[in-house]
Design a protein around this ligand. Sequence first.
Ligand SMILES: [Zn+2]
Ligand SMILES: [Zn+2]
Length: 103
Amino acid sequence: MSLWKSRSSGNQQNRVQKEDLVSRIRKDIPRIRKQGENPERDTSSFSRSFCDLCNSPFPNTDLRQCILCGRWACPSCWTGEYYVCNSCNGMITLYTLSDKNSR
Ligand SMILES: [Zn+2]
Ligand SMILES: [Zn+2]
């Protein structure tokens, strides 16, 4: 599953605005896990855990914890730009769009 847009990152100003957006969105996203909480272990393997989005097992080193909802995401469920999972990135995109409309 590849939903990533392949455009190069925008200018610095735009990026700073979006980081401010992330802190606002944080209040609206329910926490699935606490920060620092471990991902769901794959009981058939010591070094693998489940991605909270696609429920597939991945090596622990491939999983990252979303800074917004706390879910663990594999590389294909992860948006590196904001350190969030694809689900929260969808929220960021929505907020970005409504932000533009209100101005
Ligand atoms: Zn995944
Ligand atoms: Zn998330």
